[in-house]
Design a protein around this ligand. Structure first.
Ligand code: ZN
Length: 381
């Protein structure tokens, strides 16, 4: 996510805040100090309302972080890598590498978040019951945090993918059907229905009861339904790609260059005429490395006649390669996760082609057309 700042590390996970969180922090603190607290607790000096409001907002932040952290720690306990947690205006996201490998894993990694929020709510409720007769900041804080954690727990259990509850639903369908793809499709459909339902309810509320509640319902409903739709799109392309191998998207006429060529010659005699983005560096038929336009751009103009391809290229030992029979999804996964534009395809220790993003897009587009054709012939039959 762009627009985030790093605030530190917890259990080896970097914790980031999206700038939208700053507004929520101020909004929560302000609403509490100006409206909620003065209504519920009278007779405090004004600074106490503000200090309590700011404290409540900070503790809410810690509670949302604890919710996210529980997802991350459960995923790490199951051997998955977690790179970061980002808090933004609707809560948080844990950046967990790879998808769940089993329904059980999906279930537990998803359900621990809402359980953590419900547990926090219980703890604050017990504290509140202990201090309930007072008129102090502690009474107000424990009451507020018991309520919001309960709300966070329940909201996240809504069976609307990609909320935690939707993932739990996906895990349950996955467990009983044995088909992860079907489970994702079903739970994201339920997510869309709930999202649109919230939008409809929001519009209704907007004109009948509370304008603010209405707007919030519409915003959250829209967020849920668009996230569900993007999950479904991704699912559709995975289905269309499944069964395809890297060879289907590979170009065999890969541009090559020898390691002893100067950068100047590479630009003048090759890039300037054939406009390729990347060249496979070969000596005979052995892979030496990969050089891209980005690598070339880093060499200053005046140094180009005296700089060789071998000095600037990514050496063969660091070039990510795949075999032509690897599943196309794997190739696409590497391109997407590592931000590469191309992968070198190797067979019998020799480079035989390049798999590029453009190549995968072409395969997907053509399969899309065929997919539509077969669908329209289905309806005719
Ligand atoms: Zn969660």
């Amino acid at each position: 996510m762009s627009g985030t700042i790093n605030i530190g590390r917890l259990f080896g996970i970097s914790v980031k805040i999206h700038f939208s969180w700053v507004f929520i922090f101020a909004l929560v603190a302000g609403t509490l100090a100006v409206s909620y607290l003065p209504n519920a607790y009278s007779g405090w000096p004004t600074p106490q309302y503000w200090i309590t409001g700011i404290l409540a907002s900070a503790l809410l932040f810690a509670c949302v972080l604890a919710h996210e952290l529980s997802h991350s720690l459960e995923a790490m306990r199951r051997g998955r890598k977690v790179t970061s947690i980002t808090l933004f205006f609707l809560g948080g996201v844990s950046q967990i590498e790879e998808e769940s490998r089993s329904a059980g894993e999906e279930f537990w990694v998803s359900v621990v978040g809402p359980l953590a929020s419900l547990a926090l709510s219980g703890i604050f409720l017990l504290l509140f019951l202990n201090f309930r007769d007072g008129n102090s900041s502690i009474t107000a804080l424990t009451q507020y945090l018991a309520i919001v954690n309960l709300a966070i727990g329940i909201f996240n259990l809504t069976p609307a993918f990609p909320l935690d509850g939707g993932r739990v639903l996906k895990a349950v369908v996955w467990k009983f059907s044995g088909n992860e793809g079907r489970a994702a499709t079903i739970s994201s459909r339920v997510g869309s229905v709930i999202g649109f339902g919230m939008i409809a309810l929001g519009i209704f509320t907007l004109f009948s009861a509370s304008r603010y509640t209405g707007i919030w319902l519409i915003v959250i409903g829209w967020f849920i339904q668009s996230a569900a739709a993007s999950v479904r799109n991704q699912q559709d392309s995975t289905i269309r790609l499944s069964g395809r191998v890297v060879r289907d998207a590979m170009r065999e006429d890969m541009p090559t260059i020898e390691p002893g060529t100067s950068i100047h010659a590479l630009v003048e005699r090759h890039i300037a005429t054939d406009f390729e983005r990347a060249y496979v560096v070969v000596l005979g038929d052995t892979l030496q490395g990969l050089i891209t336009v980005t690598d070339v751009k880093r060499v200053p103009l005046e140094a180009r006649p005296f700089t060789w391809v071998s000095q600037v290229m990514t050496p063969a030992s660091k070039v990510v390669t795949l075999t032509p029979d690897a599943p196309l999804e794997d190739g696409l996964g590497i391109l997407a996760r590592r931000g590469f534009r191309q992968l070198v395809i190797m067979e019998d220790d020799k480079p035989i082609g390049l798999m590029t993003r453009a190549g995968v897009v072409r395969v997907m587009e053509v399969s899309n057309i065929l997919h539509r054709e077969s669908r329209s012939s289905d309806t005719k039959a």
